[in-house]
Design a protein around this ligand. Structure first.
Ligand SMILES: Cc1cc2nc3c(=O)[nH]c(=O)nc-3n(C[C@H](O)[C@H](O)[C@H](O)COP(=O)(O)OP(=O)(O)OC[C@H]3O[C@@H](n4cnc5c(N)ncnc54)[C@H](O)[C@@H]3O)c2cc1C
Length: 361
């Protein structure tokens, strides 16, 4: 896949004008600036969980860490860079994402165990990390079994469940900074708080080392199975969703506030507040990102009016809003899901197994 360029025809708005470019200088050149792949107007809706939203101006899949570092070093400093995992906590707005979107390839999703720690490429899925820890008799990483995102997304979001989060298990992360430096950051440098890290904009996590405590693989495996079963019972895992929409406010559960405000099942177009877990929003089929985001804002308004609590978005909302003309033309709906999506690299079938970033097992 040396220096592959795909696409190339710039998207145009309703008036026929090309969308503005986010590059302060020339865009990257495949083969010269990058050994991996480079796609103009690269679809994000093809693989993110909601299956909605506009394209990346340039979607980059670097070959390896050095390739990514070289690309970022050469980019005009004003060019925005957005790393994405599998989009299990993302609303990509219908106007698309300006600049460079980085999606890590399978080659950057390797997981190994060294000195009682799990070392994972940032494209690896949480379930793979939890499974490797189980096989090596390392306890404490079981909660990653229930988080359907990549290691990079988990570090960025300080993902967590069942009273634990990434800050409890991360030893260090390798980060390619926006200027192309490759740095190893101890966990403390990431400034973790609830569902938040201080990772600067444009910095890409490329590897992470996790630690736990010695444990019995059978016991660890049983806990992972328990987590999987509990998730299956309580969350809309086989839907187009973005996970928990809002953070739990201090002393409250977001879902309970949403329920009390009468929002369970609320719809806007094809966007719906899940009946099964009302802190989850769903794309029932042809929702636009604008409809999903507007529904979320309506939920916030209703909760504020009902309980006085202001909900804070947990889902990351990225990119630009589409012009109303483009929305009317259906530009925001994203591609329809089909069964063939199930075979896609990183794709998620509507009814089937969890997604695999970079095709990782
Ligand atoms: C059914 C379901 C259940 C969920 N349950 C939980 C849960 O229990 N607990 C929980 O915390 N979350 C949960 N989530 C949310 C989500 O899975 C996590 O936030 C996950 O960590 C996001 O990973 P991702 O790879 O999909 O990241 P994305 O959604 O692609 O991105 C999320 C953020 O991380 C950034 N990012 C992604 N990759 C990188 C990288 N390599 N370097 C730097 N930044 C990066 C993105 O820029 C973005 O800001 C759930 C989601 C779903 C759909």
């Amino acid at each position: 896949m040396q220096g592959m360029v795909e696409g190339g025809v710039r998207e145009r708005d309703a008036s026929g004008s090309p969308l503005s470019t986010a590059f302060g200088g020339p865009p990257p050149r495949a083969g010269e600036d990058l050994r991996g792949s480079l796609t103009a107007n690269g679809s994000l809706a093809d693989f993110i969980w909601f299956r909605t939203g506009g394209p990346a101006e340039w979607l980059v899949r670097p070959a390896d860490i050095e390739d990514l570092a070289g690309l970022l070093k050469g980019l005009n400093p004003s060019t925005p860079v957005l790393p994405v995992g599998v989009g299990s906590n993302l609303i990509v707005r219908d106007g698309g994402v300006p600049g460079v979107v980085v999606r890590l390839p399978k080659a950057m999703a390797k997981v190994s165990v060294q000195d009682g720690c799990v070392r994972a490429g940032a494209g690896a899925m949480g379930i793979t990390v939890a499974s490797a820890a189980r096989d090596a008799g390392i306890a404490g990483l079981e909660f990653l079994r229930g988080i359907p995102g990549t290691v990079g997304g988990a570090v960025r979001m300080n993902a967590g469940a069942y009273g634990r989060d990434v800050s409890d298990i991360l030893v260090e992360a390798t980060v390619v900074t926006r200027d192309g430096s490759v740095e190893v950051w101890p966990a403390e440098k990431l400034g973790f708080t609830y569902r938040h890290s201080d990772l600067p904009a444009g910095a890409v996590v490329v590897e992470a080392v996790f630690s736990g405590t010695p444990g019995d693989p059978a016991v660890i495996g049983a806990e992972m199975d328990r987590i999987a079963a509990e998730r299956e019972a309580s969350q809309p895992l086989r839907s187009r969703t973005g996970g928990s929409t809002f953070k739990n406010p201090e002393g409250h559960k977001a879902w309970a506030l949403i329920d009390a405000a009468g929002c369970r099942g609320l719809t806007r177009g094809d966007a719906q507040v899940s009946e099964k877990h009302c802190n989850f929003l769903l794309n029932l089929g042809s929702a636009s990102s604008a409809e999903i985001e507007a529904l979320g804002e309506e939920v916030r308004d209703r909760v504020k009016a009902h309980s006085g609590v202001t909900l804070e978005w947990e889902i990351q909302r990225v990119g630009e809003h589409a012009s109303p003309a483009r929305l009317r033309e259906g530009a925001g709906g994203g591609p329809a899901l089909s069964t063939s999506d199930a075979a896609g690299d990183g794709g998620r079938p509507p009814l089937g197994p969890l997604p695999h970033a970079g095709g990782e097992a």
